[in-house]
Design a protein around this ligand. Structure first.
Ligand SMILES: Nc1ncnc2c1ncn2[C@@H]1O[C@H](COP(=O)(O)OP(=O)(O)OP(=O)(O)O)[C@@H](O)[C@H]1O
Ligand SMILES: [Mg+2]
Length: 321
């Protein structure tokens, strides 16, 4: 594990963005810079951190953590569902198959939780018992485990818009995907989640919920795209303190970006208006937590790429001119 000083020293080198026109046509997502040329898409994961659908700042090593964690999970799950990854030429970059992204996100939840207005728990607390076509039983408490995982899809909004939770039937009614495609997405998502839960459990971690994106590859197959089981797309709790926290009605020991969300909420920020300035120690603690998440979940030691990330990425991607 890196020391606080090593993390602090990296603050000046955070990867804010890239400009490599020679890699192809650029699309800037909230977190990833995407370059497409023919059937190849290179995704460079920046150190941007987002919450409430907005970019809030930069976290040292976050891009590397996310990219390498996705690599770990792509490897572990490739037998269940094919994915877009071809090679990882840099700790922050992946060369992937360019796909036609399907306009839905598949969210799988094993527990009822969340704090934002769109979260499952907020809906439930407000009396809703049907969540995206799933009939929920009476009497659930916050952070309680469902009897079985549920799928709560959402539409993939255009750049800037907020995603919207929908039922599988609504997906079909809106002609977002075909019935055959939807059946595949549902079963693949459930199988991926179950595999994730199983592997995380061996590490003493609960994979609480997660989100998958899929696309159609050039050969016509539906494969997993974007990222998988990262702290940005998933919630993770520690197994050994779950029951105790649950019984006491306390916040779970989360190892995802909830830390920053909660810090912001404590400053009174819930997504609107100017973003409060995040102090250096909060940024460094967020970084430490991302690295801790990597190590806890993968069981591997994080080998930090210290120093000038931008120059290193550029050098490692030169061969893809
Ligand atoms: N292999 C792929 N083929 C096509 N699109 C992909 C692939 N992998 C990822 N994408 C898309 O590229 C973008 C990745 O960038 P990022 O994750 O930063 O975006 P985002 O902010 O989550 O989403 P968006 O910018 O669409 O709102 C996403 O829009 C994702 O759907
Ligand atoms: Mg994304």
């Amino acid at each position: 594990m890196l020391s606080q000083d090593q993390i602090k020293a990296q603050l000046v080198y955070v990867l804010k963005g890239t400009n490599f026109p020679w890699l192809g046509e650029k699309y800037e997502g909230k977190i990833r810079d995407n370059y497409t040329k023919g059937d190849r898409r290179i995704l460079i994961v920046t150190d941007k951190v987002s919450a409430f659908d907005r970019v809030l700042g930069y976290i040292p090593f976050k891009g590397q953590v996310l990219n390498q964690m996705a690599k770990f999970w792509f490897d572990e799950t490739k037998d269940i569902c094919g994915n877009h990854a071809i090679e990882f030429p840099d700790p922050n970059a992946v060369v992937a198959k360019q796909c036609k992204a399907l306009p839905v996100e598949m969210v799988v939840r094993g527990y009822i939780t969340g704090t934002t207005s769109t979260s499952a728990w907020t809906h439930y607390k407000n009396g809703e018992r049907n969540f995206c076509g799933n009939q929920l039983p009476e009497g659930l408490k916050k952070d309680q485990k469902f009897d079985y995982p549920i799928i709560t899809p959402s539409t993939k909004a255009e750049h800037g818009d907020h995603d919207e939770s929908v039922s599988p039937q609504e997906i079909l009614d809106r002609n977002l995907v075909t019935k055959e495609q939807l059946d595949f997405l549902m079963s693949a998502s459930m199988a991926l989640y179950k595999k994730g839960v199983e592997i995380a459990a061996k590490q003493g971690i609960i994979l609480v919920d997660t989100k998958y994106e899929f696309g159609i590859a050039e050969d016509g197959n539906i494969i997993l795209i974007d990222e998988i089981h990262t702290p940005d797309s998933s919630r993770f709790w520690k197994t050994n303190t779950y029951q105790q926290n649950f019984s006491a009605g306390k916040e779970q020991d989360n190892i995802n970006k909830e830390y920053l969300r909660i810090w912001l909420a404590n400053q009174g920020y819930t997504g609107d208006g100017p973003i409060p300035e995040i102090p250096e120690d909060v940024i460094c603690e967020t970084s430490r937590r991302y690295i801790e998440a990597f190590e806890l979940i993968t069981g591997q030691t994080f080998s930090a790429g210290v120093g000038d990330v931008l120059s290193r990425v550029e050098a490692n991607l030169k061969k893809f001119k």
